[in-house]
Design a protein around this ligand. Structure first.
Ligand code: ADE
Length: 251
């Protein structure tokens, strides 16, 4: 999996990706992260990449020329006519685990980071295949968002996580939040690990984990339950939870 990040701040991307799990994945050759400085492609004699916005408005806009020439050089290097090109913008669709899976199927993924007030619309129309936001808030630039996407996609690349099962069982994979987890010691600060987890009864432990995932999702992200894959038993369990909550509200 090759990430090609187009940015005005390449060090930000490289320093963000070189640590921990993504750093190990780079060292092992499972992923490659290239950060290309858009400024290297400007034809402006003062190395400028931005200018005033037509029609007024505060701030500066990144110009089409350096962005297009940077993308075009990258496209030729990759050897693809229309490579998947993700523009990080608060005006995009919200990035989800489903997008991460889809992007993980690509051999090359171009990520375009804007700065200032954004990028000239004309070049975006020419090169962008996906407009992606990481949430309903405005960042100073697309770099942090690009790193979020690279990180979420990287952990789905086979071999990046020590245990590939954990990529599938963690939050969102079944549409549910993850159950609470505990490590040693058995008692900390007067709090005991739930006894069922020490019972050695594998089937019971799995059933407990699933119920806890349902409880947590209902409490923290009830909106996810609408799309989650639920069995008839799950639905009954949730109905009972809601019933007992209503009962305790009344009492
Ligand atoms: N650039 C600025 N804000 C952003 C956001 N919320 N998501 C993606 N890119 C951004």
């Amino acid at each position: 999996m090759n990430f090609h990040v187009m940015t005005l701040f390449p060090e930000m991307i490289l320093s963000g990706m070189k640590n921990s799990i993504t750093g190990r994945a780079i060292d092992k050759g499972l992923i490659a992260v290239e950060a290309i400085n858009i400024r290297d492609y400007t034809t402006n004699k003062h190395n400028k990449v931005d200018d005033y916005i037509y029609g007024g408005g505060a701030g500066l806009l990144m110009q089409a020329q350096p962005v297009y020439d940077c993308w075009n050089a990258l496209r030729k290097k990759i050897g693809k006519k229309g490579p998947r090109t993700v523009y990080l913008t608060p005006q995009g669709r919200t990035f989800t685990q489903k997008d991460a899976h889809e992007f993980a199927l690509e051999e090359d993924l171009i990520l375009l980071c804007g700065h200032y007030e954004g990028i000239d619309e004309r070049v975006l129309e020419e090169i962008v295949t996906d407009n992606v936001s990481i949430g309903d808030y405005v960042l100073t630039g697309g770099e942090l968002a690009a790193m979020v996407v690279c990180d979420a996609v990287s952990r789905l690349v086979p071999g990046v996580l020590h245990n590939d099962v954990s990529a599938e069982t963690e939050s969102f994979e079944a549409g549910l939040l993850e159950y609470p987890q505990y490590s040693r010691p058995e008692e900390w600060n007067g709090k005991k690990v739930p006894p069922i987890l020490l019972s050695g009864d594998h089937a019971k432990v799995e059933a407990w984990k699933h119920e806890q995932a349902l409880i947590r999702t209902l409490e923290r992200r009830p909106d996810l339950l609408e799309k989650a894959k639920l069995s008839e038993k799950d639905r009954k369990f949730i109905k009972n939870l809601l019933q007992s909550k209503n009962d305790s509200d009344i009492l």
